[in-house]
Write a protein that binds this ligand. Structure first.
Ligand code: NAP
Length: 285
């Protein structure tokens, strides 16, 4: 009854691995670079089989899926139809997909982030696999994007400092995935939207980091074009534009809160808790 965890090097995937290990399930962890996979603290190499898997390369699917009953899946539309077929052939019964609330947007079809997740959701929904879809909003870990500037003592550039989000701690998403993978009938087969417990503007998020560092962290407002250029160094230009449009669209609008607590029974972790756990990333090395 092996569970395959894709993205096991990722923030959510590594937390899923940790949570499932604690529940005592036979586990297989995959990565495109398995040699670089460092198992989470508390997980021994004898506890987990590590395999290569590239979700965009169907040639890697059959071996990774052999004997697998459930999959924790990152969204990669590139090979999804082949993955569905390989999973059905291997006897997989249940997939928990890490999707995105971007898939719920009315213009998701025409939006690069929405479409990326929508294509994977559709392929799974139309398959014979039981599918649980997790649709988180913005991750708390997106704050890593400010770490270099903060470490250097530079201002944080925010095109829309008053963008109002409810950042979710990646461990909360993982807890919901673990709940679904360990047989909770209340969530299995459903699509759930997930947020953190509080709405916070991007400026307030920077403030939470500043308070913990014990110093001021100034915010600077670049032009929209400059912000697109900056973000475009880390992602395709259309994705950067889509992210900024999304931020602009949240200004002044209280986010609907939908925490993991109703599924896991555990209170949603706050953004402040995420910062406490990752503060070293914002301190000069
Ligand atoms: N950031 C947000 O605000 C946000 C909001 C909603 C949804 N999401 C979703 O969450 C995901 C990011 O989660 P995260 O923060 O946990 O990720 P992360 O820490 O950035 O790590 C990305 C993971 O994706 C895996 N991956 C990427 N392409 C792959 C491929 N072709 N085949 C196999 N694995 C692949 C990587 O695996 P290897 O490199 O080891 O192969 C890595 O483990 C995004 O993909 C997005 O779908 C993010």
């Amino acid at each position: 009854m092996t569970i395959l965890i894709t993205g096991a090097r990722g923030a959510v995937g590594s937390s899923v691995l940790h949570g499932l290990r604690a529940a005592g399930h036979p586990l297989r962890a995959s990565s495109r670079r398995p040699e670089q996979l460092r198992l989470p603290v508390g997980v021994r190499s004898t506890d987990v089989e590590v395999v290569p898997l590239d979700l965009a390369r169907p040639a890697t699917f059959a071996a990774a899926l052999r004997g697998v009953e459930q999959v924790f899946l990152y969204a990669e539309p590139g090979g999804i139809d082949e993955l569905v077929r390989a999973a059905e052939a291997a006897g997989v019964r249940h997939v928990v997909l890490l999707s995105s609330s971007a898939a719920l947007s009315p213009d998701a079809e025409d939006d690069p982030l929405g479409r990326h997740h929508l294509l994977v959701e559709r392929a799974l929904t139309w398959s014979n696999l039981d599918t649980t879809i997790l649709r988180p909003g913005a991750f708390a870990g997106n704050a890593y994007g400010w770490s270099q500037a903060i470490r250097r003592g530079d201002p944080v550039d925010l095109a829309y400092p008053e963008a109002l989000l409810a950042p979710i701690h990646e461990d909360d998403i993982a807890d919901v995935a673990v709940t679904a993978l360990t047989g909770n009938a209340a969530v299995r087969g459903r699509a759930v939207t997930l947020t953190g417990p509080h709405g916070l503007t991007l400026r307030e998020q920077v403030g939470e980091i500043a308070v913990r560092l014990g110093r001021d962290v100034p915010v600077r407002r670049p032009t929209r074009a400059a912000a697109e250029e900056q973000l475009g160094r880390f992602m395709p230009a259309d994705v950067a534009a889509s992210l900024l449009d999304h931020q602009a669209g949240t200004v002044g609008i209280r986010p609907e809160i939908s925490t993991a607590e109703r599924i896991t029974g555990k209170p949603g972790r706050t953004f402040g808790q995420w910062v406490d756990e990752h503060l070293d990333a914002f301190r000069p090395h």
